[in-house]
Every structure is written in C-alpha cells, then in structure tokens.
Write a protein that binds this ligand. Structure first.
Ligand code: HEC
Length: 204
C-alpha cells in the first residue's frame, strides 16, 4: 500500500515536472519568436534607411559623396540603433573594407558560410535569416543575422577593378589601404546585418 502511494506520488511529481518543463520551453520559444521579430524589424529599418540615403546621395552628390554614406552614415545608423535598443547592431562583411567595424567574429563567420551554402542550393538571400541563443562566459545572448546581397549600384565601390571609377579607387586606396571588399558581382553575399542582444543581466 505504502509503496503504491509512493509511486503514485512520484508519478504526480513526474508529470508536474513534465508540465513545468513543457511550459518553460513554451515560454522560451515565445520569447525567442518575439526577439526574432524585434531583431528583424530593426534590421529592416536599418537596411531601408541606408538604401534610401544611398539612392539620394548617389543621384545628388555623385560617387565620392556616396562613399561617405557607406563609410559614415551606415556606422552612424548602426550606432544609433545599438544605443536605442541596448543591443549591438552591426554590419559585417564576407570580405572586409573596414576591419574595425566590418570584421565578423567566429560565430558570424560560420553563419556567413551557412548563408553562402544555402544560396548555393537555390535559396534566395533576401528570404534568409538566422537566429540562435548562445552562451558565453559573461552570459547568454540572442544573436540574429540577415544577409546583405550585392546590388548593381554597389559595384561602383565593391565590384571588380574595371567597374570602379578612378576617382573612387583613389579615395578607397587612401582611406582603406588594406581593402578586401572588392571583386563582388551583383547577387553575391556581401555580408550581413548582425544583432547581438544580452539576455542575462551582467552583475559586476
Ligand atoms: C560610393 C562607394 C560605396 C558604395 C556605392 C557602396 N559601398 Fe559599401 N562600403 C563603402 C565603404 C567606404 C565602406 C567602409 C565603411 C567603413 O569605414 O566602416 C563600405 C563598407 C561596407 C560594408 C561593411 C563591411 C566592410 O567591408 O567594411 C558592407 C556590408 C557594405 N559596404 C555593403 C554595401 C552594399 C550592399 C552596397 C550597395 C547597396 C554598398 N556597400 C555600396 C563604400 C561603398
């Protein structure tokens, strides 16, 4: 009789644990969906703002004005979005012009490689995103990446040597002596918007 009671008790505790685990998993999933949506939204406004500004500058000021744009305005927008959201919002490249801002970390390098592999199987870069919760010594982070594809208008500064006008080559050579972000074709993976969001409070 006692044994039966104990095993019944175990069964009740067991199913309670099951329900709690199931609930927590559900909550975690709902959270990460929300995080993914928020990250996708910020990424979308980053890319839209940048693209609108680039179209404006390139028709108005010409290519050397537009260099300022990809060079100064893009990091400015990324900084503002980072501050406003309390995340790190950046732009990373598959090959990099500015190593300080554009160099992907190990996780980002893997995801860029995965985007390239997915594109090789016919998936459209425009529809891809990747998100994951990662654990690091300082805590957990929600990470999100969305590909940036090369458009024809990018070739002026990121295309093969013959597509880049002399005045632009000069400016690039002066400011970015170790520039590796050329030689792209339209449709190539140029890089990604990358978001890193702290999930746990870091107490120090
Ligand atoms: C008029 C020149 C110019 C054009 C056009 C241009 N870029 Fe750039 N791009 C730059 C410069 C300069 C940098 C370096 C930015 C910096 O100093 O952080 C850069 C950096 C980048 C980076 C960051 C990674 C890295 O290599 O440092 C990405 C991603 C990028 N460009 C994507 C694009 C895309 C996509 C387009 C087309 C929609 C484009 N660029 C058009 C000049 C240009």
């Amino acid at each position: 009789m006692r044994l039966k009671n104990i095993s019944a008790a175990f069964r009740i505790v067991g199913s309670a644990v099951g329900i709690v685990t199931w609930l927590t998993a559900g909550i975690a999933m709902a959270d990460s969906n929300q995080q993914e949506q928020a990250a996708a939204q910020v990424t979308g406004s980053f890319l839209q703002e940048l693209s609108a500004a680039m179209n404006r500058e390139m028709s108005k000021g010409g290519p050397s004005e537009a260099i300022k744009l990809c060079g100064e305005l893009a990091p400015e927008i990324a900084n503002r979005l980072s501050r406003e959201n309390g995340w790190r919002v950046t732009r990373v490249g598959t090959r990099v012009r500015n190593p300080l801002l554009g160099m992907p970390d190990a996780w980002e390098q893997n995801i860029l490689r995965e985007f390239t592999a997915r594109a090789a199987t016919g998936e459209s870069l425009a529809d891809m995103t990747y998100s994951e919760v990662v654990s690091e010594p300082e805590g957990q982070y929600f990470r999100f990446m969305k590909p940036i594809a090369v458009q024809p208008k990018c070739l002026l500064c990121h295309g093969p040597a013959e597509a880049i006008p002399e005045p632009i080559k000069k400016i690039l050579a002066k400011h970015y002596p170790f520039d590796r972000a050329t030689g792209y074709k339209a449709g190539d993976l140029r890089g990604a918007v990358s978001i890193k969001q702290p999930l746990t409070r870091q107490e120090h």
